[in-house]
Every structure is written in C-alpha cells, then in structure tokens.
Design a protein around this ligand. Structure first.
Ligand SMILES: NC(=O)c1ccc[n+]([C@@H]2O[C@H](COP(=O)([O-])OP(=O)(O)OC[C@H]3O[C@@H](n4cnc5c(N)ncnc54)[C@H](O)[C@@H]3O)[C@@H](O)[C@H]2O)c1
Length: 339
C-alpha cells in the first residue's frame, strides 16, 4: 500500500481524497488544510488522520503526497516535498509566477523525486485515441490540430482575479494536450480574445472568449478556442487533420440513447460541467502515479510538462496584451557540471 498525505480539502482535494481511499493500492493517511473544519470533515469521512502542520507530514512515514491546495501554495509545498524526498502528485499550475516555477524545477533537477503534474485530460480515453492516430501517422502528417474548450458558465469574479486569466487557467490544459498530441512544442503563439460573456471579466483585466494559434516546428498549426459560456453544457473536443485523414475526440454526450419519434430525433446532450465530463480522468491519473511508483518509472505528465505549458501560456498572455505573435522562450534547468 502506498501511504498518501493530501494537502487541500477543497473541491478537487475531496475528489483526490476519495480516489486515494478507493484505490486498491493506496491508503489515505493524512489530510492537511489550513481550514481545519474542511480537513476534519474529509479525513473523518475517509478514515484518515488530520495533520496539524505540514511538518507533521514531512516527518511522517507517508510514501507520497498529493497537493490539491490553493494555487499559491503549490510551489512552497512542492519544494518542501522535494526536500523531504517524498514523491508528489501536484495539481496544476505549479505557480503563477514563472520565475518561481523555474526555481521549483531547478530544485527538482538537483534533488530528483517522482513528480506528476495534474494535466489529467491526458488520461481521457478519447483524447488518447487522437494521440495514437497522430503519433502512428494513421492520419498521415499532422497539418491542423483544433482543440475546443467551452465551459457552461464563467467562474466567480473573485476566482477570475486570482486565476492568472483564461489562458493560464483554462487554456493551459489545451497547451499541454496540443504538445502531447503533436509530439512537439510551439515556436510561436498568437492569441486574441475579448470579454464577450461578462463585462466584469473584462474589467478584471481578463477575457472570457479567446482564440490561440500555435505554430509548430514541423509546420503544423494548432488552433485552440476557449469560452467561459455555452448554453448547452460542457463542450470539449479535439480534431486532428492530417495529410491522409482526420481523427476526432468528439463532444461526449452523457449517454448513447437516441429516440426517434415522428420526424424528430432526440439524443443525450452534454455534461453539465467540465468535472462531470472529466471526472474519470482523475482516478486514471492517480492510478498512473501509483503504477509509476510501484514500477519505479518516471510519472507523466511531469514537472517539465507543467513548465512547458506555463511558458506557452505566458507567451499567449503576452500576445493577447500586445496583439502580436510572440516567440515562446523555453527554459531548462541546468544540470550539475561533470567533474
Ligand atoms: N486539473 C484540473 O483540472 C483542476 C481542477 C480543479 C482545480 N485544480 C487546481 O487545484 C487547486 C485547488 O482547486 P480547488 O478548486 O479545489 O480550490 P478550493 O478553493 O475549493 O480548495 C483549496 C483548498 O486549499 C486550502 N488551502 C489553502 N492554503 C492551504 C495551505 N497552505 N495548505 C493546505 N491547504 C490550503 C483551502 O483552505 C481550500 O480548502 C487549484 O490550484 C486549481 O488550479 C485543477
């Protein structure tokens, strides 16, 4: 059994906590949240103990930690976990400050521990089907990759203000998916957007509707459209268009029942929100992490994947501000000099 400690007992912490408790090879030993009531409620419902400080966890016998606390805590907790030698499953993003992200990546390079960054969409079976058709060149050479990310309703303005903006918060998952599917990272990014859904989002300095074009080294184009409002549920899909065919991860309905009556055809609509659509991927990501620890292999998506998606998001945010294409400035940690 892999003994876990969980940081954060909010929305996604509850999801991860329940998944750890339900996983046959994992055990939830501790929950820590600065809100002791949240920690207590989750821990007691899952038979875990409440930790009263992060130090209690670093000094405990847990085998791994899962960081699902607020974004501004991830970098500090990651660094503490690395120093304690504990493998980490960390929710995205690593940190909103890119220099802080680089500091964490450098520390992990100097003191390696297995780290998985929570881009859990990579574990969706339909998205995996697109990856396989692209990587095996079943559709020939990839020419256009189109990703759509449309949520049903905007988040509260209080969240918008601390989220880093639509490109760093919502579209970042699709920067990761695009690189993962294409097998390469963009040279250049162009982003355009507006607050078409809620003027208050614009007043907060963000957009709720955006289009991003990525130019890939192979010559392929990636196009990502993101919206914070649909009138029809959560709409996520991927289309890869190649020189010999096309592969799609389509809009996924809530069911496969189709009713024909008179001249009308009725079928299931979309999930209410991103979580209902993506829920199974969180357990699959946890399982991949557990398997990697058992097999002593490196988990993925890893810290460098997390850094890469954030560097693309930074360039996209800059492009949005300047209304010009921006080259992505990649960065890698330095390796110790060979003596
Ligand atoms: N991968 C995904 O699709 C996905 C989905 C949702 C959320 N997330 C990420 O997960 C994180 C949490 O999101 P959420 O929606 O659960 O937020 P939330 O506000 O519901 O929960 C955050 C929790 O962290 C706790 N917390 C704050 N500071 C802490 C600290 N120092 N130590 C321990 N706990 C602390 C808060 O008290 C709160 O209970 C965010 O970084 C978010 O970006 C990722």
């Amino acid at each position: 059994m892999i003994k876990f400690a969980l940081f954060g007992a909010g929305f996604i912490g509850n999801v991860h906590g329940r998944n750890i408790a339900a996983h046959p090879k994992a055990q939830l030993s501790y929950v820590f949240d600065v809100n002791q009531h949240s920690a207590q409620a989750l821990a007691s419902s899952l038979g875990a103990a409440v930790a009263h400080s992060p130090e209690e966890i670093w000094n405990s016998n847990v085998d791994a930690v899962l960081i699902a606390s607020s974004t501004n805590t991830h970098a500090d907790l990651l660094e503490a976990a690395i120093r304690a030698g504990k493998p980490v499953f960390c929710e995205k993003p690593i940190d909103l400050n890119i220099e802080r992200v680089k500091g964490v990546v450098q520390l992990a390079q100097d003191h390696p521990v297995p780290i998985l960054v929570g881009f859990s969409r990579r574990f969706d079976a339909n998205h995996l089907g697109v990856l396989e058709a692209v990587r095996s060149e079943t559709i020939g050479k990839l020419e256009i990759l189109h990703l759509t990310s449309r949520g049903p309703t905007p988040p509260p303005i209080s969240y918008v203000k601390v989220s880093g903006g639509q490109l760093r918060d919502q579209t970042i998952h699709f920067f990761d998916l695009a690189c993962w599917i294409a097998g390469e990272a963009p040279l250049e990014v162009y982003a355009s957007g507006a607050a078409l859904v809620d003027p208050a989002i614009g007043e907060a300095g963000d957009v709720d509707t955006s289009l991003v074009i990525l130019k890939m080294p192979s010559g392929a184009f990636v196009h990502i459209d993101s919206s914070r409002r649909t009138g029809y549920g959560y709409d996520e899909r991927i289309e890869a268009f190649g020189s010999q065919g096309l592969v799609e991860s389509q809009r996924k309905p809530t069911g496969e029942v189709v009713l024909y009556k008179g001249q009308q055809k009725t079928s299931n609509g979309l999930h209410a929100g991103w979580f209902e659509r993506m829920e199974p991927t969180f357990m699959l990501a946890l399982d991949a992490f557990v398997c990697s620890l058992e097999g002593q292999t490196s988990p993925y998506p890893n810290l460098l994947d997390g850094l890469q998606a954030q560097l693309i998001a930074e360039a996209a945010a800059q492009s949005l501000q300047t209304n010009r294409p921006v080259k992505v400035e990649y960065w890698l940690p330095s390796t110790p000099a060979l003596s």
